[in-house]
Design a protein around this ligand. Structure first.
Ligand SMILES: NC(=O)c1ccc[n+]([C@@H]2O[C@H](COP(=O)([O-])OP(=O)(O)OC[C@H]3O[C@@H](n4cnc5c(N)ncnc54)[C@H](OP(=O)(O)O)[C@@H]3O)[C@@H](O)[C@H]2O)c1
Length: 322
């Protein structure tokens, strides 16, 4: 039987599952099957994005599960994200509608501003997903302010194209600025969050405003090994760290489950990605045991303010966290 996954109540009354499946780096040829199998395993939240380049296949997996009667659309919580090249206010709704069509959906449960960076528009017929560079493989800034993009998101929200909307990779100053111009505060903030990058002040700030936090890259360096990022190779793996392993042994759980529980127990949602069926099942079962207060403090005490998912770490000269 699939483990029970609690929900977090968002500031607009909607409920978001605390555990979901992340779709970044899920290959196109296996994606539909992985989504379908994840639904079979009990996952209900899927965290996608234009940039992941697999929205069509993700939608195929969802459709198969719905067609076979495994779930209904309303049982699922589908997340997608607005890419940097579509921040101009007149570009937001058309690209959102294209993404919905790719998934085969009428609405997203959550649609997120992926990064607080505006890049030059690239027509989807030229290159999709666009990535960070323009048609001439140059990094070209866009003209949209974050406020303009935000208001365009609010319009789509009011129209019902997404049931909730969020921001991602925002720092405290940007979040405080949102408060100045928002008609509706965002429902969620998605950030890199693991024991090497705790960002407690940012988590506290979001929570104090009623904004739910979602952690990405919960295993720290592991995700970035796949990308051959030097910084990840130079960092001791959290999944093999003695501190995490000993806490895991104490609870008869795996290190991955401890890392995920460290977040969920603090009401921070997680969206791990796994290509492996056994790990897929394991990652969903991260709310059925409790860490002690000391375990949580010990894990939080591993903080090194060490960030992996920053554009300069990929050789992209956009130092948003400078
Ligand atoms: N908003 C943003 O800017 C942003 C940025 C990054 C990520 N995200 C979202 O967050 C999701 C998760 O983050 P992520 O993809 O960076 O990485 P992650 O889920 O932290 O880590 C994935 C890596 O951990 C391995 N893994 C997964 N479960 C495991 C387990 N139980 N035991 C051991 N190893 C395990 C995976 O390998 P296997 O596949 O082989 O199991 C993979 O190498 C993404 O898919 C995406 O949806 C958002």
């Amino acid at each position: 039987m699939a483990p029970t996954v609690p929900s977090v109540k968002l500031n607009n009354g909607k409920e978001m599952p605390l555990v979901g499946f992340g779709l970044w780096k899920v290959n196109n040829d296996t994606c539909a099957d992985q989504v379908y199998n994840a639904i079979k395993t009990g996952y209900r939240l899927f965290d996608g994005a234009c940039d992941y380049g697999n929205e069509v296949e993700s939608g195929q997996g969802v459709k198969r599960a719905i067609d076979e009667g495994l779930v209904k659309r309303e049982d699922l919580f589908i997340v997608s994200k607005l890419w940097n090249s579509f921040h101009d206010k007149e570009r937001v709704k058309p690209i959102l509608k294209k993404q919905l069509a790719d998934w085969g959906l009428e609405y997203f449960d959550l649609y997120i501003i992926h990064f607080p960076i505006s890049l030059k528009y690239i027509d989807p017929s030229v290159r999709y997903p666009p990535g960070f560079f323009d048609e001439n493989d140059k990094l070209s800034p866009g003209k949209a302010s974050l406020e303009d993009t935000y208001h365009a998101m609010e319009e789509c929200y009011e129209e019902g194209l997404m049931k909730s909307f969020g921001i991602s990779n925002y720092v405290g100053a940007l979040l405080l600025d949102v408060e100045r111009y928002a008609k509706h505060l965002p429902q969620t903030l998605q950030i890199e969050h693991h024991p090497y990058l705790v960002q407690q002040d940012l988590v506290d700030l979001a929570k104090s405003r009623g904004i739910a936090v979602t952690a990405y890259s919960s295993f720290g360096p592991s995700s970035f090994l796949e990308l051959k990022m030097q910084k990840a190779h130079d960092t001791p793996l959290l999944l093999e760290h003695e501190t995490i392993k000993s806490i895991a042994d104490k609870h008869s759980k795996t290190p991955a489950q401890v890392l995920l529980r460290w977040s969920t127990q603090r009401d921070i949602a997680v969206i791990p990605k796994s290509n492996n069926p056994e790990r897929l099942a394991q990652n969903l079962d991260v709310c059925s045991f409790d860490l002690s207060k000391e375990d949580i403090e010990t894990i939080s005490g591993m903080d090194k303010d060490l960030r992996f998912n920053s554009p300069p770490n990929y050789g992209i000269d956009v130092p948003i966290y400078a």
